[in-house]
Structure formats: structure tokens, C-alpha cells
Design a protein around this ligand. Structure first.
Ligand SMILES: [Zn+2]
Length: 322
């Protein structure tokens, strides 16, 4: 029998449940979750992954993380959902939900009467995110996307929330940290933006990509989650020292005006200069169409690895220092 709302167990216990939605749009799906209750008081941390269902290291990190928690040594509570976008996971669909072709991570805080992605966002926001005092949403490059690890948060204009989220993002320990404006910049409607607007400090963390399940990428997420637990006082331990991350002020997304076959000239992690070559588009006869250059100085945070690019297709995300 699935739970119609999240159930936390008695202190010192873990409840492995299935969350069912009341929305008819979401009928037929039940979301595995773990609700872990420590033996002492503390905050509730919500950890989710798989809003993009083919991002495997984050999913595995939530699976491994939630099973490794010992409730007998935990202060506070952890609510963990390894796979939010179940239709995309089963269909191995990148970027969107196959039920409606929309990106659920542009649909927050959601709409119970909207399409599948909007109803899913509403379920996640109401049942998971709002149950937490803090949110960590794990991501990576998608099936055809390579990526350099980074972490980000969206500012809300609420000073306490923004400072807390930025502390979490730095604590997570990845080489780049992006603090995005309250508008969300190039990505409005995200989990972290909606959480922040509701007064819940939230971060997203990106490590891994191109459909691979590498333990080294999973480990970056696991180490980050453990650092967050220590930072929030939920477990004991000493933080290992980290290099100071490079701060980014925005992620500039470059798209192709016309579709075609794209020969990229930049890899994830490369430094790019304004006016520098990102790649060359040829048409499907091989005829040169366009040389695509960077509009800004920055670092290639994520790069589309597939050469098959449709009109307005995403080529690269460039993190701009500042
Ligand atoms: Zn993602």
C-alpha cells in the first residue's frame, strides 16, 4: 500500500515507502522514498535526484547515501527520493519527461492541474521540498552532455536564505559555485529557485554525465552530501580541507540558430574567450553553415556531446566568473 503523504518513522528508524499522488495526471506511478529519523533533534534535509531520469550518478548517490545513514547517530531527519522523473528513468529519456515533452525542472513550484511535468513538480514541491528545512537536488550532464562538476543556488532576495544556501553550495565541495539571480537567469522554474522563494535554503549539485555511471562521480555527490550533513550538525565529523571554489555569477547558454551536424571545438572544463570558437555547424550535405563563437569569457560547464543539433538546440553552458 502506497503512502498518500510522506511518513516519518519513530526516532532511530528508517521508513522505506512508496509515495502515491492524488492527481489523476500522475496515476500509475509510485515514488520510492526513504524517511530517516535520527535520535536527536535537528533539521530536516530533503535530498532528491533523477528529476532528469537519465542522470545516473546522482540517482546512485541518493541510493547509496540513504542506505549508509545510521539513524542511531543522526540528528534531525532525512527525506530522500532517488528518482523523481520515473517516466524518463524507465524510458531513458534525457532532459524532459516523456509524458509531456517538458523539463520538470522548469516547472516548479508546479501546478496540480497542469501537464505531467507540472503536476509532478507540484507533488515534489508540496510533499518533499516543503517538508524539508534544506534542499539538495542532485544532477549531472544528461545522456548527451559532458560536464565539469559544479554547484549552484538561486538567490531569493531573502538574506538569511541566500546566505545559508551559498554556504551549503560552497560546503558541497565542487570546483565551481554559481549564485544565480532571483529570476533564475537562463533556468527559471527550478527546484532550488522555488524552494528559495518559499524560504527554504536550496542548492543543486552537478557531477557526472553522458549516461555513464562512474563511482568517481557518485563519490563527488556522496562526499558533498556528507559535508552538508556535518555542516548542518546532523552528524559528527571533521570537514576535510578543500580548495576554494571559483565563484560564477551566471551560466550563459549558447544555442544553435539552425540545426545540423555540429563539430564541437570545446570540451567540458575548457576555458573559453569571448569570440573564441565553440564549434562549426555543417548541413546534412557537409556544407559549412556557421562558426559558433562564445559570447563571453568563462568556463565550459557543460557541452553537448552529440553532433545532432536541432534548430535552437543547446550547444554549451558557459559559467561566467564574478
Ligand atoms: Zn539534471
Amino acid at each position: 500500500m502506497a503512502d498518500s503523504t510522506i511518513i516519518f518513522p519513530a526516532p532511530g528508524k528508517t521508513h522505506r515507502g512508496l509515495l502515491a499522488a492524488t492527481s489523476p495526471t500522475l496515476a500509475g506511478y509510485e515514488w520510492p522514498y526513504l524517511a530517516i529519523r535520527g535520535v536527536a533533534d535537528g533539521p530536516t534535509l530533503c535530498v532528491i535526484a533523477g528529476i532528469h531520469g537519465a542522470e545516473y550518478p546522482p540517482i546512485d548517490a541518493v541510493l547509496q547515501f540513504s542506505r549508509a545513514i545510521d539513524p542511531a547517530t543522526l540528528r534531525g531527519q532525512i527525506l530522500a527520493v532517488p528518482i523523481v522523473n520515473l517516466p524518463a528513468f524507465w524510458a531513458r529519456t534525457p532532459f524532459v519527461c516523456p509524458a509531456d515533452g517538458k523539463n520538470p525542472n522548469r516547472a516548479f513550484p508546479g501546478d496540480p492541474h497542469g501537464s505531467f511535468s507540472q503536476a509532478l513538480a507540484h507533488l515534489v514541491f508540496e510533499q518533499l521540498i516543503k517538508r524539508g528545512d534544506f534542499l539538495v537536488d542532485l544532477h549531472c550532464g544528461d545522456l548527451v552532455e559532458d560536464l565539469v562538476p559544479y554547484c549552484g543556488m538561486q538567490e531569493s532576495g531573502i538574506d538569511r536564505v541566500d546566505r545559508s544556501a551559498l554556504d551549503l553550495a560552497v560546503t558541497f565541495g565542487l570546483p565551481y559555485v554559481c549564485a544565480e539571480p532571483p529570476t533564475g537567469g537562463s533556468a527559471a522554474g527550478t527546484t532550488d529557485g522555488a524552494a528559495a522563494a518559499a524560504g527554504i535554503p536550496a542548492i543543486y549539485a552537478e557531477a557526472g554525465g553522458i549516461g555513464q555511471l562512474r563511482q568517481s562521480d557518485v563519490d563527488l555527490h556522496l562526499r558533498g552530501l556528507h559535508r552538508v550533513l556535518m555542516h548542518l550538525g546532523m552528524v559528527d565529523g571533521d570537514q576535510d580541507t578543500l580548495n576554494t571554489p571559483t565563484m560564477l555569477r551566471e551560466v550563459v547558454v549558447v544555442r544553435a540558430a539552425r540545426g545540423g551536424f555540429f563539430r564541437k571545438a570545446v570540451a567540458a572544463g575548457d576555458t573559453v574567450q569571448a569570440g573564441g570558437l565553440i564549434g562549426r555547424m555543417v548541413d546534412l550535405w557537409g556544407e559549412p553553415q556557421e562558426e559558433i563563437t562564445s559570447p563571453v569569457d568563462g568556463v565550459a560547464l557543460f557541452v553537448t556531446t552529440s553532433p545532432a543539433i536541432s534548430a535552437e538546440g543547446l550547444l554549451i553552458g558557459i559559467g561566467v566568473p564574478g
